[in-house]
Design a protein around this ligand. Structure first.
Ligand code: SF4
Ligand code: SF4
Ligand code: SF4
Length: 334
């Protein structure tokens, strides 16, 4: 492959570009949802409701997801939420937390803050090992509490929850809440903390990340080190944003690895550090994100083409709910 083409492909498949694209897309669909709400209130032209914004309602859609697993049927009212959960689980299972590593826009914000902190301060402060381990354990406790809670909702309640008019417009309530002063202050504080300590939300709090980390343990793909050719330069461990000790691992099984490929790219010894499928077939660093994003888009395309993506709730029903005063009477719930 010519060098120039190689450089272009490397740039297009780099994490900032791929994750940045998903973040821009998320901001764009959020703006489209607000425009849809404006139309419903008679304040602007018609804009189709973007379904992908369902990703900001993990409580509601995971409740619906567990109801589906328990035999409560597919959510035909807001099916995009279930499709996003299935796609996140599939990318995490096959590609080591691929959703966190290459797609999640929330994680991108915190990683961006951490990168800015490294740029301005030279590094992110690493917590003492005992505190770091405790924090990581806390994330799994939060995950168990979260998924225990939504998983234990009775089938009847979960199915009824899908049919609540509030659930249909909760995404609008949340996105409109992003402009509230309290929310802005909290986000700014979290941004500063992430600049100093790295993406603390992802590492110590996020219950979804805990689930995707656990699922990623079963991934057939992992980074492998050839101890015979390794020169112990330590570059792989130093660059790892998840603080994985790659230099001393034969196979990177760490739950925190999100398949970012930074360690593979930085290794100076050819074929010493590589991503492989079941320890055999090599995956080039630029192919890994294409596989993750390809799987993600493939699941979306199947859902879209089979009628399992778009809502079946008529626009007129959204319009009536938005104008009923329901949004103003309730607090945001994810
Ligand atoms: S840990 Fe949570 S917020 Fe962070 S990237 Fe993963 S899912 Fe997104
Ligand atoms: S640098 Fe390597 S070990 Fe660390 S998260 Fe990325 S792929 Fe995983
Ligand atoms: S970067 Fe490569 S050569 Fe250096 S320690 Fe890591 S695996 Fe070994």
């Amino acid at each position: 492959m010519p060098d120039r083409l190689r450089r272009v492909i490397a740039a297009l498949t780099s994490r900032p570009v791929v994750k940045g694209a998903f973040l821009v897309f998320f901001v764009w669909i959020s703006a489209r949802l607000l425009a849809f709400a404006s139309w419903a209130r008679g304040e602007g032209p018609y804009v189709p409701r973007p379904e992908a914004v369902a990703g900001i309602l993990p409580v509601g859609h995971f409740t619906s997801f567990f109801a589906w697993l328990k035999g409560g049927g597919w959510d035909t009212l807001l099916p995009a939420g279930l499709v996003i959960i299935i796609a996140a689980l599939a990318t995490s299972l096959l590609f080591k937390r691929g959703f966190c590593g290459w797609i999640c826009p929330v994680g991108t914000v915190w990683e961006g803050a951490a990168a800015l902190g490294r740029h301005l301060l030279g590094h992110n402060v690493r917590l003492p090992k005992w505190l770091d381990r405790t924090g990581m354990g806390l994330r799994y406790l939060i995950g168990i509490a979260f998924f225990g809670f939504v998983g234990m909702v009775s089938l009847a309640e979960a199915v009824g929850f899908r049919q609540l008019p509030y659930m249909w417009v909760a995404d609008i309530k949340i996105i409109e809440g992003f402009g509230q002063p309290l929310f802005i202050v909290v986000i700014l504080l979290a941004f500063v903390v992430s600049m100093l300590l790295g993406p603390v939300w992802c590492r110590y709090v996020c219950p979804l990340g805990a689930l995707y980390s656990a699922v990623g343990l079963a991934s057939p793909c992992a980074v492998q080190r050839d101890a015979n050719t390794c020169i112990d330069c330590g570059k792989c461990s130093r660059i790892c944003h998840a603080f994985v000790d790659v230099q001393h691992a034969d196979v990177v099984r760490a739950v925190e690895c999100d398949g970012c490929m930074d360690c593979v790219k930085v290794c100076p010894v050819p074929a010493c550090l590589e991503a492989k499928v079941v320890g055999r077939t090599r995956i080039a660093p630029w192919v890994w994100p294409l596989l993750v994003v390809g799987l993600w888009l493939g699941i979306y395309a199947i859902a879209k083409l089979t009628g399992n993506w778009d809502t079946t709730i008529p626009d007129e029903a959204f319009r009536q709910i938005i104008n009923s005063g329901l949004l103003e009477q309730t607090t945001p719930m994810f």
